[in-house]
Design a protein around this ligand. Sequence first.
Ligand code: BEZ
Length: 237
Amino acid sequence: MENQTVEAAVMPRIGDPAPVFKAVTTQGEINFPEDYKGSWVILFSHPADFTPVCTSEFMTFATLESQFNKANCKLIGLSIDGLYSHIAWLRTIKEKIEYKGMKDVEVKFPLIEDITMNVAKKYGMLQPGESSTKAVRAVFVIDPKGVIRTIIYYPLSLGRNFAELYRVVVALQTADAFSIATPADWQPGDDVIVPTAGSCGVAKERMDGKTDMTCHDWFFCTKKLDKEKVLSTILKK
Ligand code: BEZ
């Protein structure tokens, strides 16, 4: 039987240090994650310039950029197109495209040219079952220490939900700041989950109603966390 060489895809994992790279972008060269220490980052890939789903995503993300920046989160895009394609596409978006009330949209965050696929390979953005010539819609949320905290992959046909990506950034920061976890569909102002009781005594205390928590069972207790407290911790003045 003929020998086959299958190149193993590198798939970074949650909790791993973000793979290091230098890249050319529409905003000049970047040295990642070094240049972004101290900020949260959403590093995301899109399949190709001059395509409709990607255009809708870039217009939406660019429109929301200041909201992400206020949460100390910077955006970086990537596709395996070249720099001049990126520049031409972003000019077209600004000059010609109107979509869902958005127009004259300037994409100010860097868009990486990755024609060599160096970055896409390091981040597992190429998934041949979906496409052998385009990156999938990958999203990496990276913390101020350069650690990957969330990874989400979408197929080519599915545009991302940017309200959800913002919720992810806020929820991660809230979990870090208040040492809690966030339940399903959590939004700032909703109750949060306190760490599970680590002893029989604490479990009993909680179930006896001797705390300010609401306990659905000994291992599942929530408490109030004021929306203003969350937002004032997370959002830059
Ligand atoms: C799009 O962005 O519209 C798209 C890109 C690649 C494949 C399919 C759709």
